[in-house]
Design a protein around this ligand. Structure first.
Ligand SMILES: CC(=O)SCCNC(=O)CCNC(=O)[C@H](O)C(C)(C)COP(=O)(O)OP(=O)(O)OC[C@H]1O[C@@H](n2cnc3c(N)ncnc32)[C@H](O)[C@@H]1OP(=O)(O)O
Ligand SMILES: O=C([O-])CC(=O)C(=O)O
Length: 451
């Protein structure tokens, strides 16, 4: 066996052993009443904290037991996101800065507060020269990875990186919110240059633009007002989702050890990247393109139903058994953001001559929900989630797939910061440390000579 084969064999052997070592009987979870995925028997999340940042509502508890699915509602600091979104649309205003101010401070800014906050954001958008150079030099084909790396680098330039006083936490929050768009735009431009041979543009942020406009300006310079307002609405809708979603909870768990802001946020980025969480927006678009190619008649309910049934049975597509963009840990009848995005997608599709594509996606949504019910038959009410239409909308405004999940991070950084700040400031805070029950018998140690 040559050296390479020897190394491969060691890995193979270890991985086979790992397969055995990681097997845990499903019945044991019931026996020891383990809350798998921190979920109660009825699928609801185990209560692990209190928050004033956001509220996610998808069901009502019925007196005497049981859950009643209800249309989903989302609140930022007590304000209904639908009201926030409708107001922004009515007034044709950019809203992400306002939402960021609201989530960080707890109150809606007046005109003057909003304008100074906008200036502060603009001041903080440029990156350190070294970070810029690292994005260029180290390249990388995954922008979530580059984002995490660049966030960890920010530690290096922060003289108070380890401090958790409220003024430092707030300064770090503003800097992170400001720099995410710049990092993502530069990282994508570098990726495009390295992999598609396109010219490399590193545009300095323009101090008179909103975050959404500035991002598009740095990414591709030419964009329409409609593109920018659409992106702004996506940022507004994805900014926050309570303390229990996987990435925000990750940020809270990591923060509870009192580590620095950059370590906690890098962990959140790692979580959001996952295909069951923020990474689902890329999966949905991949799945949609696959279905466009594999469903011959886009109007055929029968053909779509057959394909979805086969997908749920792990026979086709990525064989994961999942239909991406469907289902949610809290929402049942509807995700309010998906409803808003669907309307946005419908209008944009009309404007861009993509009505057939929209109609196909809408039919896929309807059939996925129906077929999920038939195949799973588990009493769970599912609907489309925020990721179902977001990728389609990004595609309609000409944004590349590689940045869909990074754009989610560009929005959710606001919620992460608000939750980290809360985690480190409430009076009764404690390190988050749940328990795992050991289900393996103790064994006597065997000296190496006797093995
Ligand atoms: C921003 C966001 O994070 S939104 C969510 C984005 N993620 C996706 O769109 C990926 C697809 N969806 C899913 O995987 C899930 O619905 C999740 C992860 C979002 C939520 O999952 P959970 O709340 O754990 O769902 P839950 O455990 O109650 O589901 C019950 C059953 O339905 C299945 N299920 C749930 N959603 C789906 C789906 N979209 N496709 C196939 N099966 C699904 C589960 O696998 C489980 O089946 P099993 O008991 O046979 O294993
Ligand atoms: O809440 C969750 O589980 C997932 C999430 O972050 C979202 O839907 O925005």
């Amino acid at each position: 066996m040559n050296t390479k084969m020897k190394k491969e064999y060691v890995i193979y052997k270890l991985s086979e052993e790992m397969k055995k070592a990681t097997r845990i009987d499903n019945e044991l979870f019931t026996k020891f009443d383990v809350k798998r995925g921190l979920r109660n028997e009825d699928g609801t999340g185990v209560l692990v904290g209190l928050t004033k940042v956001g509220n996610v509502v998808g069901y009502e508890r019925v007196p005497g037991g049981g859950l009643k699915p209800i249309p989903g509602k989302l609140f930022y600091r007590g304000y209904d996101v639908e009201d926030i979104a409708h107001n922004m649309m009515k007034e044709k205003r950019f809203g992400f800065e306002e939402v960021a101010y609201l989530l960080l401070s707890g109150h809606l800014p007046n005109k003057e507060e909003l304008s100074s906050f906008g200036e502060l954001i603009n001041d903080n958008m440029p990156l350190e020269q070294k970070t810029k150079m690292n994005i260029i030099e180290l390249e990388g084909n995954n922008i979530m990875n580059i984002l995490a790396r660049s966030v960890l680098e920010m530690y290096r330039f922060d003289p108070d990186a380890e401090s958790t006083t409220s003024d430092i936490l707030m300064r770090q929050s503003v800097e992170l919110i400001s720099k995410f768009p710049t990092i993502i735009a530069y990282a994508y431009n570098m990726l495009r240059h390295a992999t598609h041979g396109r010219s490399l543009h590193i545009r300095h942020p323009n101090e008179n633009l909103s975050i959404a406009e500035n991002f598009l300006y740095m990414l591709k310079k030419d964009f329409t007002k409609l593109d920018a307002r659409t992106l702004d609405m996506l940022l507004v809708l994805q900014a926050e989702h309570g303390g229990g979603n996987n990435s925000t909870f990750t940020v809270r768990v990591v923060s509870s050890s009192r580590t620095d802001t950059y370590s906690a946020i890098a962990a959140g980025i790692g979580s959001l990247k996952g295909p069951l969480h923020g990474g689902a927006n890329i999966q949905v678009v991949d799945m949609y393109h696959h279905l466009q190619e594999n469903i011959k008649d886009w109007n055929s309910v029968e053909e779509i139903d057959t394909y979805f049934t086969r997908m749920l049975n792990k026979e086709v597509y990525d064989k994961s058994g999942l239909i991406y963009g469907i289902g949610h840990a809290v929402y049942t009848i509807s995700d309010p953001r998906a409803l808003l995005l669907k309307e946005l997608a419908r209008d944009l599709a009309r404007e861009k001559g993509k009505e057939l594509e929209f109609a196909f996606l809408e039919l896929l949504e309807e059939r996925a929900i129906e077929i999920f019910g038939r195949v799973k038959n588990n009493g769970k009410t599912v609907s489309s989630n925020v990721d179902f239409y977001s990728g389609f909308v990004y595609e309609l405004i000409g944004l590349p797939q590689e940045i869909y999940t990074p754009l989610f991070a560009m929005a959710r950084i606001v919620g992460w910061c608000a939750h980290r700040n809360e985690e480190l400031n409430f009076e009764g805070k404690r390190i988050i440390r749940p328990a795992y029950k050991n289900v393996l018998d103790d064994v006597a140690y065997v000296p190496i000579k006797k093995r």
